[in-house]
Design a protein around this ligand. Structure first.
Ligand SMILES: [Zn+2]
Length: 242
């Protein structure tokens, strides 16, 4: 089991760790550490990239993933890194920070959709990117609606609202998020402790991603366009504004 530093503090850019496993495959190396700040992907948020630097070698981390509570850092190894070595992990912070801003922005978009269309309308899948993202919602959204949503988003960012993380038992989590029109889904089956990301007193949703600590850090989120995906689903495309 890897200790997940990104859940203790999502702003950790560099960390020290000890190598617990090295898997050498034909064209890539996989390294497991006792702890990591690399987000291994999930919930629509892509995994982190970066580098692991040891005394005698260096892994250029091109992707990370998790399997059974263990995080694997995958990439090209130059030199040598072996079990027991101390390494410094350095995350590609520009990329990760944009994904954090984007992820919090996605939650603000989710909130704006509920505010305009009602609590029963919600998120129906999506994908976050460093430059562009999209989310699907289970309602018809017209081009004219986009400006209403944009106004709400701008307002939430301008209000500098804290973004907090709560861990709750299933039952408590279910009750807590109900008033925000959210419920636990098949994704949370079998999970005892639910992680909730809340834009303070505005919108709380179960989420495993990394977030900025205040809506002001999103800086700007611009809705680009909407597309009908059929069956009453609308896709909204958006990007960050600096
Ligand atoms: Zn999320």
């Amino acid at each position: 089991m890897t200790r997940l530093l990104y859940y203790e503090n999502s702003y950790i850019k560099e960390f020290d760790a000890v190598v617990s496993k090295v898997i050498q495959e034909s064209d890539e190396t996989k390294i497991v550490l006792d702890r990591t700040a690399f987000y291994p992907g999930g919930g629509g948020q892509p995994c982190d990239t970066g580098v692991l630097v040891g005394e005698n070698g260096r892994l250029n981390v091109v992707r990370t993933y998790t399997e059974k509570d263990v995080v694997y850092h995958v990439g090209d190894l130059s030199g040598e890194i072996k079990v027991g070595d101390s390494v410094k992990g350095i995350i590609d912070w520009d990329r990760r920070y944009r994904l954090m801003r984007m992820h919090t922005g996605a939650h603000i978009l989710g909130y704006s959709v509920k505010k305009v269309f009602g609590l029963n309308v919600g998120f129906h899948g999506g994908a976050l990117g460093v430059d562009k993202s999209h989310d699907d919602f289970n309602t018809k959204i017209t081009r004219d609606d986009l400006s209403r949503l944009q106004e709400i988003i701008d307002d939430v960012i301008a209000k500098s609202i804290p973004v907090i993380v709560l861990w709750m038992d299933r039952k408590a989590a279910e009750d807590y998020i109900k008033k925000y029109g959210e419920k636990l889904t098949f994704l949370h089956e079998g999970i005892e402790k639910i992680r909730i990301v809340e834009i303070k007193d505005l919108y709380a949703v179960p989420c495993g991603g990394t977030h900025v600590k205040n809506t002001s850090e999103v800086k700007g989120l611009r809705l680009l366009k909407r597309e009908s995906k059929g069956k009453g689903i609308t896709r909204i495309r958006y990007t960050l504004v600096d």
